[in-house]
Design a protein around this ligand. Structure first.
Ligand code: NAP
Length: 250
């Protein structure tokens, strides 16, 4: 009998893995048997996530086409793309909208996802069982006061994922959007420009999701059999109802 060559582990790419949901997802995907490539702007933080789990860390700014191109050129094989990089800036009403903040949110949450997906689609298809898993938000389903810039971006990326699913019908690439509610990560610190007190208030008196709770949803989607497409998973804390109601204990 001739020895069979070992089958290489499927490659998963996780964007925005230097903290929060992306870091937890990278850890859980490695534990599930994937070879993981992670990207983010803060390379020191990214390496701290990647080194202990044996993932590959590469610099990535999804708002920069040249950075996306350089990153993806280093990833010849890819079965799963987790579009996680993104976030919110500010909570200003439309009446005093900060256009720069809106532009960044659109660049990171919508164009960044489109760029990464476009660049890795050939490899995803060539894998024979590719999957695009995008972290949206419940803000993609329900608007809230102060949320317009972020709502617009997350509604936008949800539309892009729905279009992609239609365009890929009949081809071996699945499309899943995971839409979390409140998750205790650096998200609110970024949103409020480093204001720790304001960020902590977001989760006061309630139990938010953890990054691991969302990562578990990603791994669940990524490990379904090839014929199963989870279009979307909406996941919130028990203490949260949509984007507008949170039960807080005194
Ligand atoms: P986080 O802890 O702030 O993580 C955001 C990650 O995105 C960081 O690793 C950051 O890394 C990366 N990132 C930001 N801009 C980037 C860019 N231009 N290029 C590459 N990477 C970039 O927040 P998180 O909660 O884990 O957020 C992850 C995703 O979940 C986001 O899409 C967010 O909108 C979504 N989400 C979060 C919540 C929540 O309540 N936390 C709820 C719903 C949805 P660098 O700064 O090092 O680049």
């Amino acid at each position: 009998m001739t020895a069979q060559a070992p089958v290489p582990a499927p490659v998963a790419v996780v964007t925005g893995a230097s903290s929060g949901i992306g870091a937890a997802t990278a850890r859980q995907l490695v534990a599930a048997g994937f070879e993981v490539v992670v990207g983010a702007r803060r390379l020191d933080r990214l390496r701290d996530v990647a080194a202990p789990i044996g993932a590959r860390a590469l610099p990535l700014d999804v708002t920069d086409p040249a950075s996306v191109e350089a990153f993806c050129a280093e990833v010849p094989r890819c079965a799963v793309l987790v579009n996680n990089a993104g976030g919110a800036l500010g909570l200003e009403p439309v009446a005093s909208a900060d256009e720069e903040a809106w532009r960044w949110m659109y660049e990171a949450n919508v164009l960044g996802v489109a760029r990464m997906t476009r660049a890795l689609l050939p490899a995803l298809e060539a894998s024979g069982d590719g999957q695009v898993i995008t972290i949206g938000s419940i803000a993609a389903h329900e608007a809230y006061a102060g949320g317009a810039g972020y709502n617009a971006a997350k509604f936008g990326v949800r539309a892009v994922m729905q279009v992609l699913r239609a365009e890929l019908l009949g081809r071996p690439v699945r499309v899943c959007q995971i839409d979390p509610g409140m998750v205790d990560t650096e998200f609110s610190r970024v949103r409020f420009a480093g204001d720790e007190h304001r960020a902590a208030q977001v989760y006061a008196g309630m139990t938010p999701l953890s990054a691991d709770d969302v990562a578990a949803c990603v791994v669940f989607a990524a490990t379904r059999p090839p014929h199963v497409n989870l279009d979307s998973i909406v996941v919130t804390a028990r203490d949260q109802l949509g984007t507008r109601q949170v039960h807080r204990r005194a």
